[in-house]
Write a new protein. Sequence first.
Lengths: 115, 111
Amino acid sequence: GAVVSQHPSRVICKSGTSVKIECRSLDFQATTMFWYRQFPKQSLMLMATSNEGSKATYEQGVEKDKFLINHASLTLSTLTVTSAHPEDSSFYICSARVTSGGGQIFGPGTRLTVL
Amino acid sequence: GDSVTQMEGPVTLSEEAFLTINCTYTATGYPSLFWYVQYPGEGLQLLLKATKADDKGSNKGFEATYRKETTSFHLEKGSVQVSDSAVYFCALGIGNEKLTFGTGTRLTIIP
């Protein structure tokens, strides 16, 4: 079946550095991908919708200059957390839209820890 | 706007017990409804879905029926196992738009 992968699965970085997270659709093309953030024991918060070849659409309250999204190909979207701070520590999950029947296929998530 | 209200957890059951996790929704259109499961440290996996009223989604012994009259999509399983311990999310989506999630219900099954 269709699979979405994320890399890295876990990253620890120093405050002030930038971190890039990759989201790939395996064996299928994803024109639309989504980026979520999940705090411990909470639901998913949609950050942005990423469309191949165009600018991402950010949800209200999400800083687009802080969380840079690039969807340069039909199988890859990237999220870059710029100048990361400890409050950016979280579990970041991406997903790809399923064209038939609705819904999304989710990646395994990336745990970011900013020291 | 669209919203999903989900039974608050945590829920703790003994193995082989009957499970129900309630989910109700409000939507302006005709949504598809989903249940996702998240195991510790992992992303979400689609458990089952229903795309129109009276449809029943089923997978791995879990079932949920799309009830338009009560705007509900309750998740049920007749006999739970320890391996079912996870967080369960109810969600709705209209067309190909973004998903709206419930708050999640943490389920723990004890042997």
